[in-house]
Design a protein around this ligand. Structure first.
Ligand code: SF4
Ligand SMILES: [Zn+2]
Length: 360
């Protein structure tokens, strides 16, 4: 797959460091190459004399550096785990006790529901994914998963338009956003599912742009567990003075899945606990978690009241079960099995079970 080039300012800074910042006599020639971890492909980002390298920096470097030094923006997220200023940070919001676990002396780490799901399948998978190793595209971009991502991207762009208008059933046949690769069957199914969305579009409840957050990153520091929790609900919107957490799923079938919703979709459990604790602000009155399931025959909207004691305690249990083992774990031992054939980091895993052995 073609990867975007790194920013000019990145190449410019590397050019300056190589030209001026190395010990010994300055180099006559500077070359910056990028090597792909996955297949060893090499791309040349810069190749020229020392003088050309310095002028590349002069052209693209100073403005980027100034912007960096002048920035006063806080961006809570995955970097918080290693940041020494966590306890004084005005932007990282605290939510002591959110995860319901309290184990002293554990290193501070980030955690998301995706981490929890990966860990549940295989602790090594979660560990390897956290190393940001290249993942296998064919698995990551399997057709049903790719269709789901394309539908999410379409809705996010549609909801993010400057004029707020609820979606209609008028979805173009060529709806697939750029960068997604769907076969004709998935494309047709996706259009059909998107038409179903009109009946349950969250913009029907929204008055203006301040009521709506599309795929916002919700970051909270559970200081009791010393874990930075990161979640990205599909939509957070305000209904009157209450916040609503909406997740959207797509399904090729018309029958609902079985089993408790909060267990099947633990991100709903996180939404329930955050809303029930008041961590997202707003009034409790109409606060709720919604699961929108788009099916060929229609759209289901499941609603969970975070203030119903049974929902809250079920959600807390789901979170505790998902995070408890991970929080205590120091070894992330691989548990090879049938899931190895669908593991996107198998190529980096020394324990991966080959497909022939899985089939036996
Ligand atoms: S290949 Fe198998 S054992 Fe290795 S990380 Fe993936 S699921 Fe775990
Ligand atoms: Zn909509």
């Amino acid at each position: 797959m073609h990867q975007a080039s790194p920013p000019e300012s990145f190449v410019a800074a590397a050019a300056l460091v190589l030209s001026e910042g190395v010990p010994g006599p300055p180099p006559e020639h500077v070359r910056i190459v990028e090597v792909a971890l996955l297949d060893g492909r090499v791309r040349t980002l810069f190749d020229g004399t020392r003088g050309e390298a310095v002028s590349r920096y002069r052209e693209h470097g100073p403005a980027a550096l100034n912007a960096l030094l002048d920035s006063q923006e806080f961006r809570p997220g995955s970097s918080c785990a290693e940041c020494p200023y966590v306890s004084a940070c005005p932007a990282l919001r605290r939510a002591p006790g959110l995860l319901g676990i309290e184990t002293q002396g554990r290193p501070r780490r980030t955690w998301s529901v995706t981490n929890g799901r990966n860990y549940r399948i295989c602790p090594a998978r979660d560990h390897l994914r956290r190393l940001h190793l290249p993942t296998a595209d064919a698995i990551e971009r399997g057709s049903a998963a790719e269709r789901g991502r394309a539908v999410h991207a379409y809705l996010a762009a549609r909801h993010g338009r400057s004029v707020l208008r609820p979606c209609t059933a008028d979805v173009p046949d060529e709806w697939v956003p750029e960068g997604f690769d769907l076969d004709p069957g998935q494309r047709t199914l996706g259009a059909r599912l998107l038409r179903r969305h009109a009946a349950v579009c969250p913009l029907r409840c929204v008055r203006d742009g301040t009521d709506l957050r599309i795929e916002p990153q919700v970051v909270r520091h559970d200081t009791a567990a010393d874990v930075v929790v990161i979640a990205t609900p599909d939509v957070l919107y305000r209904d009157a003075d209450s916040w609503v957490w909406r997740e959207t799923k797509t399904s090729a079938g018309d029958r609902p899945g079985s089993g408790p919703l909060l267990e099947r979709f633990p991100q709903l459990a996180l939404g329930v606990v955050l809303l029930a604790r008041g961590d997202l602000g707003g009034q409790p009155g109409r606060s709720r978690v919604e699961l929108e399931v788009l099916r060929p025959g229609g759209a289901d909207l499941e609603i969970i009241d975070p203030f119903a004691p049974a929902a809250r305690s079920a959600a807390e249990k789901v979170l505790r079960d998902l995070i408890g083992g991970w929080h205590r774990d120091d070894y992330f031992v691989a548990t090879p099995g049938a899931d190895c054939t669908r593991c996107e980091v198998a190529r980096w895993c020394p324990s991966a079970l080959p497909a022939e052995q899985v089939a036996r």
